[in-house]
Structures are given as structure tokens and as C-alpha cells.
Design a protein around this ligand. Structure first.
Ligand code: NAD
Ligand code: DAU
Length: 354
């Protein structure tokens, strides 16, 4: 069994679904179900005995100790985090709590659990920490892409909290011998992404006839990675990554935000033309820039390619086509998360404070 944390969120849910499609090894899925966690994401696994969902916080030491002792996982894959940069600007507290303090508690629980394993189990155990390219800071147009050796220069409360968590993971390896792996990846896109992030927000707003807000002049650059490629990379690192190492994961798809939004509009024009005619591009509006907005992210993924033979399978063209089609085919999922209906359900199911 493996323990996946944050497995009801965007990447975590894709990972759990992909994992169980490729392996019969069960998954214990621990997720707090914040606004970003959604059991609807895991509906395809309903009735699947290989998937055990537990609602809980990675910062809850008692719960962690009980789950680890009871289920004896051979690995932990840690996706649980507050993940949205804009929210970290409005309210950094939750980012400090989950990404730093709760990650420390999780590491400590794993450290205590390792002490209960025999030598062979300990040698085989892995703690894989999922992190971000944002810890490396911001690049100028002429700079080389981020390599694993780049210094950490986080600029937002989100990236600073993720950088802190990466440092804790590193320290728990060097000081306490926890067998860790860290992955730093670029912007994911694909099915099940909460419509606060650029691509699903643009799809949702376009279809709802709302403005498509572009921060600044739209020339900020991101590297876009299809979520299925990210899941494959994590499986590969978990299987064969060298303990204590970090691996950068990227999609080889550097694009400006304006290019991304134009591509999404053009696909929607083809697959869901506007009733009143014209292009969805007409809905684009340029709005006040994000404070401290990082200029450019780009990933050098040579290490994972050379050591572990991983390459992204999707181009941006193929991945974005799949993604737009998925959102068009899952209007019910979008309506559910944007109406807050799933939050009401969570509160009914789990009680107030959910
Ligand atoms: P997400 O916000 O969609 O999901 C996060 C999940 O973690 C949610 O299900 C939430 O309920 C859960 N969670 C939050 N706090 C928790 C806690 N204290 N205990 C247990 N569960 C908790 O995020 P995502 O986009 O799926 O990102 C997953 C991970 O990948 C994060 O660590 C993020 O930093 C990292 N990452 C994301 C991207 C991206 O483009 N989305 C890129 C690089 C790295
Ligand atoms: O690089 C990896 C990171 O990618 C992850 O670590 C984060 O968890 C993930 O949220 C993402 O961060 P970004 O800030 O790059 O993603 P976001 O979708 O919020 O924004 C992408 C770009 O689009 C960014 O330059 C800001 C811009 N943007 C975003 C929104 C929501 C807009 O122009 N308008 C918008 O409304």
C-alpha cells in the first residue's frame, strides 16, 4: 500500500486514478477536503476496494500515527498543500500552516513510523515530496531554464512556503535518515483542475460569457505540463529515483499567458462556438497585475530524462485539446465546484467547519 496525501485535489486525484489504472497496489488517500479537495474527483473509484479515503489533516500527528501503524504503507506521496499563488497573497496563514507546519508534522510521523520497520522495510521505504518550480524564483527571457542546482529564490508567500517545505524534507533526510525524493514541476493543466487557475478559469468564464482576466500585459511565461505526464514522472521517480535527490519535471512547452488564452479561445471557437458569433478572444480583458508576479518559469528536465528515462508524452497542442474537451464534456463537474454544491455536500457529510 502507498499513502497519498492531498489525493482529492487536482494532481493528487489524477495520480490516484492513474495509479490504480496501472497497478493493483492499494492507495490510502488522506485529504483534509479544503475548498480545493473534492470527492467528486474520485467518483470513478467508488466501490473500488483498492482505494481507501480518509478525511484528515497531514498536521494531525495522532491521526497520522494511527494510519501509519494500521496500514503500514511502503511509501508516502505528499501532494497535500495550499497551492494557489493569489490566495497566498490575500491570506498567507493557511500556507504557513499546511505547507510548512503540517509538512513538518507529517515528516516527523514518518520518522517515528520508520523506527518501527525492520531493516529491509526501511531500506525500501520512500517519502516523495511534490514541489514546484516556483521555488527557484523568476527568470528573464535570456536566462537558462531552472536546473536542480539553481539556488532557491521564492518570491510569493506560496513559493516561500513550498521552499520551506522542501528544506524540511531535505533536513529530515540528512539529519534523521528519512529516505526522501523531491520533485519540482512546472504548471500543470488537465482534467479536474479547480477553476481558480488560469486554464480552467478561462474555459469556465468563456462559456459563461464572462471576461477573461489577463494579469498585466499577458507576456509572463510559464512552462505547461499535462497532468498525466506529471503523474507518470512521479511514478518513475518513486520507482527508481535516487534517495535524497531532487528531480525537475517540465513539459517543454514555454508559452506566454496571452498565447495560452488565445489557444483556449480558438479551441472553444471550434468546439463550442459562441451563440452570438465572434470569437471568445473578444472576452479578454487586461487587469491589474498580480503583486510580485514572476516573469518567467522554465524547466531543464535533462536529469529525469537521462537518469530515469522520463519524457513528456503530450505537446501543448495535444494536451490542451484533451483538456478543453474534458471541460466541455464535464459541465456538471464544473457547475458543481463553481456553485459550491460540493462544499455544502462536504459540510452535510462531515459536519460544520468542513
Ligand atoms: P490542489 O489545491 O488542487 O489540491 C490540494 C489538495 O490538498 C486538496 O485536495 C486539499 O484538500 C488537500 N489539502 C490541503 N491542505 C491539507 C492538509 N493540511 N491535510 C491534508 N490535505 C490537505 O493542488 P494541486 O494543484 O493538485 O497541487 C498538488 C501539489 O502539487 C501541491 O503540493 C502543489 O504545491 C504542487 N504543484 C502544483 C502545480 C500545479 O500546477 N497545480 C505545479 C507544481 C507543483
Ligand atoms: O509553476 C508551478 C505553479 O503553477 C504551481 O506551483 C502552483 O500551485 C500553480 O497554481 C501554478 O502557479 P501559477 O501562479 O503560475 O498559476 P496560475 O494558474 O494562477 O497562473 C498562471 C499564469 O496566469 C500566471 O502568470 C498568472 C496568470 N493569470 C492567472 C489567473 C488566475 C492571469 O493572467 N489571470 C488569471 O485570472
Amino acid at each position: 500500500m502507498i499513502l497519498v496525501t492531498g489525493g482529492a485535489g487536482f494532481i493528487g486525484a489524477n495520480f490516484v486514478i492513474d495509479w490504480l489504472a496501472q497497478s493493483d497496489e492499494p492507495v490510502l488517500n488522506l485529504d483534509k477536503l479544503t475548498y480545493a479537495g473534492n470527492l467528486d474527483n474520485l467518483r470513478v473509484l467508488e466501490g473500488d476496494a483498492r482505494h481507501l479515503f480518509v478525511r484528515g489533516d497531514i498536521g494531525d500527528a495522532t491521526l497520522l500515527s494511527r494510519l501509519l501503524t494500521e496500514h503500514r504503507p511502503r511509501a508516502v506521496v505528499n501532494f497535500a498543500a495550499e497551492s494557489h499563488v493569489d490566495r497566498s497573497i490575500h491570506g498567507p496563514g493557511a500556507f504557513i500552516e499546511t505547507n510548512i507546519v503540517a509538512t513538518w508534522r507529517l515528516l516527523d510521523a514518518v520518522r517515528a513510523y520508520l523506527a518501527t520497520l525492520d531493516a529491509a522495510e526501511r531500506a525500501a521505504f520512500r517519502f516523495l515530496h511534490v514541489s514546484t518550480d516556483e521555488v527557484y524564483g523568476s527568470l528573464e527571457a535570456s536566462d537558462a531554464p531552472f536546473a536542480e542546482t539553481n539556488p532557491y529564490q521564492p518570491n510569493s508567500p506560496y513559493s516561500a512556503s513550498k521552499a520551506a517545505s522542501d528544506h524540511l524534507v531535505r533536513a529530515w533526510h540528512h539529519t534523521f535518515g528519512v529516505p526522501v525524493l523531491t520533485t519540482n514541476c512546472s504548471n500543470n493543466y488537465g482534467p479536474l483542475q479547480f477553476p481558480e487557475k488560469l486554464i480552467p478559469l478561462v474555459i469556465h468564464n468563456a462559456l459563461a460569457g464572462k471576461p477573461l482576466p489577463i494579469y498585466g500585459d499577458g507576456s509572463n511565461v510559464r512552462d505547461w505540463l499535462y497532468v498525466g505526464d506529471h503523474c507518470a514522472a512521479i511514478r518513475r521517480v518513486l520507482a527508481a529515483g535516487r534517495v535524497g535527490e531532487t528531480y525537475n519535471i517540465g513539459g517543454r512547452n514555454e508559452m506566454s499567458n496571452l498565447q495560452v488564452v488565445h489557444t483556449v479561445c480558438d479551441l472553444l471557437d471550434r468546439h463550442a462556438p459562441r451563440a452570438q458569433g465572434g470569437s471568445y478572444r473578444e472576452q479578454i480583458v487586461f487587469v491589474t497585475d498580480r503583486p510580485g508576479h514572476d516573469r518567467r518559469y522554465a524547466i531543464n528536465a535533462d536529469k529525469i530524462a537521462a537518469e530515469l528515462g522520463w519524457q513528456p508524452a503530450e505537446t501543448f497542442g495535444s494536451g490542451i485539446e484533451k483538456t478543453v474537451r474534458w471541460y466541455l464534456d464535464h459541465a456538471d463537474w464544473v457547475a458543481n465546484v463553481t456553485s459550491g454544491a460540493y462544499r455544502e455536500w462536504t459540510e452535510r457529510q462531515y459536519g460544520a467547519g468542513a
